[in-house]
Design a protein around this ligand. Structure first.
Ligand SMILES: [Zn+2]
Length: 375
């Protein structure tokens, strides 16, 4: 019987063109370091103890319930306290789980970690991408742009997954990996882009690589060696003449030096009363690489990456900026939005509008990469 089911699965895969590799699961952390979470299940579901895969509960339609911890174990309705520190909820036959009012495809893992709760959504890669693309670009963008975005999001997820085998999750649901919004984030056109590029990824010399992307480069993309010490021909940076119309081409920020000091101190830098800020080094692409922050008695040298992180990535939108200090206030004029490495999304948009195909867009921003279908 088991053999027969396996055989039918193979036939199904052949008919639909699916590959098993493309359906491999990804685990996305959707809530971290929380004390409790609201959970709701629509339809039939089962709950398993993840430590031994034992079925501990089977039911239907769980109404909104607060899930918390008791002695570092999950408290789940209908289960007596202290069953397990790791529970997996699997919806059956088309049901779904909602976490904090947001519904998700696939399974939900509840994990007790040092007295806090970690909530992970485990689902197929392609379903994950359906919850990502419309959060990363507008769903009404040209289809060739959406397809390029689907391919780099898929590649990025699979690349990251190589390093998380012994962890509880592969990706987070925020800007630090890719913004993932579960079922409500799905749109017809972005789903279509995922389907049309099914299993397609970018490789460099036969290997997956981190296909970074950002909103707007404002003229030139950055060498990944500058930010993450990744020396790769496909991530060396290119001239981009396509994002001049981006709404994120220019930005400005105004920061009081007292506030700047507080934010730097909070990140562990030792500085007293800032009197001046000076750019000391630029990268080859013209972005700020390092700064000197002059304090009352001594100054500190800080990388631009740390400076941006300390002040907030939405305040210092990119590392392409100039800075002037006048009467205790830093005035910053910048260009572009994001780290600048890899694909420029507004450049991608314009290229697609100008008739370029997704393969050409990817070739442009990731030179020497190869577009392949994963087997
Ligand atoms: Zn650009």
């Amino acid at each position: 019987m088991v053999k027969k089911i396996a055989f039918i699965c193979v036939i199904m895969a052949a008919v639909t063109g699916n590959t098993f590799a493309a359906e491999e699961p990804v685990r996305v952390a959707i809530a971290r370091d929380v004390t409790s979470t609201y959970l709701m299940v629509k339809g039939s579901f089962e709950v398993r103890d993840m430590d031994n895969n034992r079925l501990v509960y089977k039911g239907r339609n769980l109404k909104k319930s607060l899930i918390g911890l008791s002695d570092n174990r999950i408290s789940f309705p209908y289960l007596k306290k202290g069953v397990s520190g790791r529970l997996q909820i699997t919806p059956l036959s088309g049901g779904y789980v909602s976490v904090n009012k947001r519904s998700y495809r696939g399974k939900i893992n509840l994990i007790a970690l040092d007295g806090r709760l970690l909530v992970v959504n485990e689902l197929g890669l392609e379903d994950y991408l359906r919850g990502v693309i419309s959060n990363e670009v507008a769903h009404y963008w040209p289809m060739e742009a959406l397809k390029a975005q689907a391919i780099i999001a898929r590649t990025y997820a699979l690349y990251q997954k190589q390093f998380t085998k012994n962890k509880y999750f592969d990706l987070t649901s925020d800007v630090y990996s890719q913004v993932y919004g579960g079922r409500p984030a799905q749109r017809w056109r972005t789903n279509r882009a995922v389907d049309l590029t099914r299993a397609k990824v970018l490789t460099f010399q036969g290997n997956l690589f981190p296909t970074y992307y950002h909103a707007t480069c404002a003229g030139k993309t950055e060498d990944s060696l500058e930010l993450w010490k990744i020396d790769l021909a496909s991530l060396k940076g290119v001239v981009c003449g396509f994002c001049a119309d981006s709404p994120h081409f220019r930005w400005q920020a105004k920061i009081d030096l007292g506030q700047m000091k507080d934010k730097l101190v909070k990140k562990g830098f030792s500085i007293v009363d800032i009197s001046g800020v000076e750019i000391t080094r630029l990268s080859a692409s013209g972005r700020v690489s390092a700064l000197k922050i002059q304090g009352e008695n001594a100054g500190i040298e800080i990388t631009a990456k740390d400076f941006r992180q300390a002040l907030g990535p939405d305040v210092i939108r990119s590392l392409n900026f100039t800075i002037r200090v006048i009467s205790g206030i830093a005035y910053i004029d910048g260009l572009g939005w994001g780290h600048g490495v890899g694909l420029c999304q507004w450049g991608m948009y314009k290229m697609a509008r100008n008739g370029y195909k997704h393969a050409q867009i990817l070739e442009y921003y990731f030179p020497q990469s190869k577009l392949v279908a994963r087997k």
